[in-house]
Design a protein around this ligand. Sequence first.
Ligand code: FDA
Length: 302
Amino acid sequence: MPLLRDFFIQLSENQLLNNAAQKYGLKLGAQSVVAGTNIEEAIESMKELNRLGISCTVDNLGEFVYEKSEAIKAKDEILAVIEAIHENGIDSHISVKPSQVGLDIDYDFCYDNLMEIVGKAHQYNMHVNFDQETYDRLQPTFELMEKISETYDNIGTVIQAYFFNAKENIEKYKDYRLRLVKGAYKESAEVAYQDKLDIDLNFIELIEYHLLHGKFTSIATHDHNVINHVKQFVKDHNISKDKFEFQMLYGFRKEMQLELAKEGYNFCTYVPFGSDWYGYFMRRLAERPQNINLVTKQVFNK
Ligand code: FDA
């Protein structure tokens, strides 16, 4: 399995394949985990989720941004998404990857773009999550969040449990709204746990810490063992349901998403959309090679 994981992560980082994939629309089964290629399709998907009692966080997919013009285009698209969510009365917040709006180009340029996004969302009382990416972007992302929170309070970020420094960071940033995840990228043994058991144990420890000491906690996982543990933990510690939510990705474990919402837990679905779906989809295959079934079904059921 680790070999397959590395294989799909390498594919996710291949810019040539990414460029090729964009030309052909949603393919290879990506349509079951990506909510369309444009805002209108994403809005329809979110309306349906809202009808089922599920809130959303929307990600306008975009990777390999190395030109300022591409970053500005991405920022403008995100501003349009914020406007569309507001106009349509959708229960959703925004997820943005700092690299998409210029982190790999110029820090100050990225800061300006994020300020505009967070400022626009603030007008509508909408939260913005800075998604976390690879280790080299971890610290700059925390710093951007800190700097922007001097002006706006509607931001938070992600803590990835595979990093050795996750505990230190969750303590430092406990007063922010945080999404807790296991971690999706390939990281070196110098900075991150490699063993699934170590990651899972750290994940549980971080969740418990933030539920007890932090602001609002988003527990983002498809792992039923972790979810069941959290249910018992909040019961034992009298933690009210409005202090946390569960999050899952669009198209994954749909029945469980619905069940948790019906049980009265806050539930939020991460809704990715856009033509730049390739890297996102490859990382999902890396996490769970069984998802390859999605691909084979699509290829053979033409
Ligand atoms: P994991 O993949 O470890 O699965 C654990 C077990 O759960 C499996 O062994 C299986 O039994 C069961 N299971 C999992 N998926 C299943 C399925 N589809 N059907 C049936 N059973 C299933 N990462 C990152 O680095 N930065 C980020 O900003 C984010 N953001 C983010 C948002 C949201 C909403 C989610 C859900 C995830 C992220 N991630 C992320 C990704 C995250 O780091 C992680 O890679 C994936 O969620 C996979 O880990 P899981 O915790 O889901 O369980």
